[in-house]
Design a protein around this ligand. Sequence first.
Ligand SMILES: Nc1ncnc2c1ncn2[C@@H]1O[C@H](COP(=O)(O)OP(=O)(O)O)[C@@H](O)[C@H]1O
Ligand SMILES: O=P(O)(O)OC[C@H](O)CO
Length: 498
Amino acid sequence: MSEYILALDQGTTSSRAVIFDKKGTIISVAQKEFTQIFPKPGWVEHDPNEIWATQAGIAAEAVSKKGLKGEQMAAIGITNQRETVVIWDKSTGEPVYNAIVWQDKRTADYCDQLKNKGHSKMIREKTGLVIDAYFSGTKVKWILDNVEGIRERAEAGDLALGTIDTWLIWKMTEGKLHITDVTNACRSLLFNINTMDWDDELLELLTVPKSMLPKVKQSSEVYGYTSPNFFASKIPIAGIAGDQQAALFGQMCTKQGMVKNTYGTGCFMLMNIGEKPIVSKNNLLTTVAWKINGKTHYALEGSIFIAGAVVQWLRDSLKIIKTSSEVEKLAGSVESSDGVYFVPAFAGLGAPHWNQRAQGTIFGLTRGSTDAHIARAALESIAYQTMDILKAMEADSGISIKELRVDGGATVNNMLMQFQSDVLNTVTVRPKIVETTVMGAAYLAGLAVGYWESPEEIQDIWQTDVHFNPSTNREPIEEGIKGWYRAIDALEHWSKNK
Ligand SMILES: Nc1ncnc2c1ncn2[C@@H]1O[C@H](COP(=O)(O)OP(=O)(O)O)[C@@H](O)[C@H]1O
Ligand SMILES: O=P(O)(O)OC[C@H](O)CO
């Protein structure tokens, strides 16, 4: 009866459910966008109940639209937007505040205070992270400090805390499981990636009561079973991974030195660095890639906050395209960006700059500049930001990256992929299934229940679609790269003196 794996992908802008068969073929997909809440400039929230409602509804829809039944699912794997946090009442399951989303910058000043007090080194060594509003820890502190009565309730042990995986599993099991996995825990600023446990010194620094924390599990194991409040009862929940680590696994980057980049709202490049964490000297993050069968793998990560989202901005704010896919035609209507550079630092700059104060900027406009040049510069900015990360990754690891595996919504754009390969001077490889995030979650869950025997069995079903080879005409590309560096330098200067 158990013929399929159901993967749930709770992303920043939508909840998705995808059903896979043993050959890794997609059998069914359902997806629903949900509300983005922007209460103030720099603040981003989600309604946790809407997240749950869309995710549960979409899971049921993916199953029923193909005439399937819940019982046919051998296991459920969960992957999720990372760092976004929810706090809820343990007895009622009601959130005490909206989820504060990874993009939210409300704790930037507090992060600066932590840096000024000299905590950066200790935090980097323990967590692999830099101090930035991006991560969950300071968001939790903000809720505890700013929502009336919450700290008292937290200290009394009445409240639970979790990233989105934790929240979904709590709901799917009607409060039976309060868990997360290592890949989500390590993005909190509260988790020590060397001891692989919550860290008392960090909890004290960020004033987070231990009683709120979920238990930390491996990325692939049977954690428990769904309750009847979900669309089907007793399905094993067997895989959890933050979406970027899930994509690394979904791309089968299982060997040291293998790299993937996911092009969604933001871009996240991860390199498998094996079983020992490397402390980055080039402003990358060290993160847990996964823990399977008691073995932890680590990754170096470069996080870009705005990538595909710049295309949404062209569509929704600038209104120069009607659909995201139109960007390729508009950008392709000119031969180059003609000296226009777009740095889409709408949410500050992530790795390797970590500049919370940077803002989106367009350089090099002339009377001849058109919407097409801006569209082209917007697409190019995704590739240039990726280049900045790749260079830092090569410097940290001492590995020259010969192949970049790509995935995510924006990789359908061939023009972007070709430009990416050109600026990196590296082959860019797009797999047949670009939904590697859900694929990774499915693999993790499938391995835990024996649906797939081993990663080697999965490796056989991973197939490439297109290889983009770099152009041999390097001169215009090198010129373009120089212009990008000038733009970044100018923006860094401007934002430092704000
Ligand atoms: N043809 C395209 N060219 C460039 N970007 C695109 C294209 N189609 C979609 N996108 C971008 O891809 C992103 C959606 O990808 P997805 O992987 O679903 O993201 P997420 O998981 O972050 O919501 C959006 O930001 C969208 O603007
Ligand atoms: O939901 P995505 O795909 O934009 O991913 C968000 C990341 O996990 C944030 O760290």
